[in-house]
Design a binder for this molecule. Structure first.
Ligand code: SAM
Length: 220
């Protein structure tokens, strides 16, 4: 019998978010619980950061996005074992998730931590952080929402600053060490152990009062 093309190939496991339709923007209701801020960790890896955040902020909801099935499953198991009901994992590609699945104004903070730097010039187009991606980030963030980026790769750090400037619509905000609770990620730990410096950038979208008239519904 012929199957419709968007039938799931497998059942969702505990702690996993499986969209009902991968070709349609999700509803906010399906993403997080009513009235709770949603934070998204793109490329969540082994879930160290996601788990710590979910534990520390039980009043917030967290979504890890990870393209590798094995890693995504492992994080689901850890969340379930630790009874962290405010954390879930979506096994999917980060750019696709932000550009096509997340609804507008649904995310309060988006974390892109130690993403693959793709150092060779001919591979730069594989980097997650691109102008089109940033335009989509701007759309999915709530007004006043934040994008937090951290890398050990200085050239990727500079590239990120340039792409955000080219995209526009973000304001850079300071990110002093220890300014707020922010757990060390698995890769960050490895690189700091090797003596590498971490480069951090934090941007915010304007809150409604700060937005110019053409970016909000501003009827006269
Ligand atoms: C270098 S690791 C960093 C993991 C974690 N953020 C940390 O700091 O420990 C990058 C992770 O992102 C995942 N990843 C890489 N590109 C991705 C993409 N385009 N979409 C989703 N996940 C991706 C990889 O599978 C890997 O788990």
């Amino acid at each position: 019998m012929q199957q419709p093309f968007n039938v799931l190939p497998r059942a969702a496991m505990a702690g996993e978010l499986v969209p009902a339709d991968y070709f349609r923007r999700m509803d906010r209701d399906g993403l997080c619980r009513e009235g709770r801020p949603l934070e998204v960790d793109l490329g969540c890896g082994d879930g160290t950061f996601l788990m710590e955040m979910a534990r520390h902020f039980p009043e917030r909801d967290f979504l890890g996005v990870e393209r590798l099935l094995g890693r995504a499953r492992k994080v689901c198991r850890k969340l379930t074992r630790n009874h962290l009901e405010n954390g879930r994992v979506l096994r999917l590609e980060s750019r696709y998730t932000v550009e096509w699945l997340l609804p507008e104004a649904s995310v309060s903070r988006l974390h892109l931590l130690c993403p693959d730097p793709w150092p060779k010039l001919r591979h730069h187009r594989r980097r997650v952080l691109q102008v089109e991606f940033l335009a989509a980030v701007r759309r999915v963030l709530v007004p006043g929402g934040e994008l937090l980026f951290m890398t050990d790769h200085q050239e990727y750090f500079e590239w990120a600053g340039e792409k955000v400037a080219a995209c526009g619509g973000f304001e850079q905000v300071a990110w002093p060490a220890e300014a707020f609770f922010y757990p060390t990620t698995d890769f960050q730990r490895q690189w700091e152990r090797e003596g590498k410096a971490m480069w951090r950038l934090r941007w915010r979208t304007p809150s409604p009062a700060e937005r110019p008239c053409d970016t909000v519904t501003c009827r006269t």
